[in-house]
Design a protein around this ligand. Structure first.
Ligand code: PRT
Ligand code: ZN
Length: 285
């Protein structure tokens, strides 16, 4: 029986969420102490723990069948792999930043400047596309200190909250790309492995869909039911059950997390009371 080999980051920003996703998909891991390989007793999967930068090449070489990495890493490595699924975590952007004391006038500012980065390929392409001639100075870490120590005029680096830039006296002036964690895959998966991957993706999507929805239960006057059903249509249609108190019903439904506050306001306007909102663990639609 074939096993699908999945490469995840050994330790870093992607590790916990990558493993959590696998565990929430109902896959139990035998030794998740991240030595090198972990197997599952209830799903044909093997996990390889690697540095994130190495994952695209391992997948391209077929050592791993799929992997979880940030999009920034795949575009920098340019390995022959495909993006199978976006995962929505480890969101960040790759941006150009300059000293906050400089007044930024536009992209031409970078002509003739020296830019420090760990992402020379992505930056090189961006500069070429925008017809800017700048010097790229490749460094492997602590890029944000480069302008302060006189190594470069500006930087091109990952930004998430922006606080690293602020504490180094820098301002973000151009967002070059946005990134999030994705599943990447070998271009030539066997039919058997593709089947295992499809099963895994089905489970991951159920977990992701559940995360984006909430289960809601509320009490409402019976004469408001039709109005409330319009507000919370549910997966097919809401469950409506009578309460012991005459003229009242309990309504159960599912709503999207991002519509939540708007909907709650509307429900209250219809006389809804005792509104309970609960997380959903898995959701198959
Ligand atoms: O050891 P290994 O090579 O496996 O790990 P790594 O050190 O290369 O990567 P790691 O664990 O730091 O990040 C893994 C991935 O997380 C990255 O490739 C991105 O896709 C994603 N990610 C999301 C981030 C950030 N957010 C992030 N904020 N990666 C790095 N940062 C750093 C950034 O380099 C900068 O120094 O955080 C700082 C900026 O953060 P803010 O919040 O101050 O703006
Ligand atoms: Zn790395």
């Amino acid at each position: 029986m074939s096993q699908l080999k999945i490469a995840v980051q050994k330790s870093g920003r992607l590790s916990e969420k990558s493993l959590a996703l696998i565990v929430e998909a109902g896959i139990s891991l035998n030794n998740s102490d991240r030595r090198l390989i972990s197997r599952s007793s209830n799903f044909p999967i093997e996990i390889l723990f690697l540095r994130d930068d190495d994952i695209p090449q391992y997948v391209a070489d077929g050592v791993a069948d799929i992997g979880i990495v940030g999009e920034n890493v795949i575009y920098e490595k340019n390995s022959p792999i495909r993006v199978v699924e976006k995962l929505g975590f480890a969101r960040c952007r790759l941006s150009l930043a300059i000293s906050k004391s400089v007044e930024y006038t536009g992209i031409n500012y970078f002509n003739g400047k020296k830019i420090a980065t760990s992402y020379p390929k992505i930056l090189g392409k961006y500069l070429l596309d925008n017809n800017i001639k700048a010097e790229i100075h490749e460094i492997s870490g602590s890029v944000e200190i480069a302008p302060g120590i006189g190594l470069a005029d500006s930087i091109f680096d990952i930004v998430s909250s922006g606080s690293t830039l602020i504490s180094n006296g820098l301002q973000e002036v151009e967002i070059v790309m946005k990134s999030e964690a994705v599943i990447i895959g070998d271009l030539n998966l066997s039919v058997e492995k593709q089947k295992i991957l499809d099963k895994l993706l089905f489970r991951i999507r159920s977990v992701q869909t559940a995360r984006n929805h909430k289960y809601v239960v509320l009490n409402a006057p019976s004469n408001q039911v039709s109005k409330i059903i319009e507000i919370i249509p549910g997966m097919k249609s809401p469950t409506v059950v009578p309460l012991a108190k005459e003229g009242w019903v309990s309504i159960h439904s599912v709503l999207k997390e991002n519509e939540f506050w708007d909907i709650i306001d509307k429900l209250q306007e219809c006389g809804a009371e005792g509104i309970l909102v609960m997380p959903i663990e898995k959701m198959v639609v």
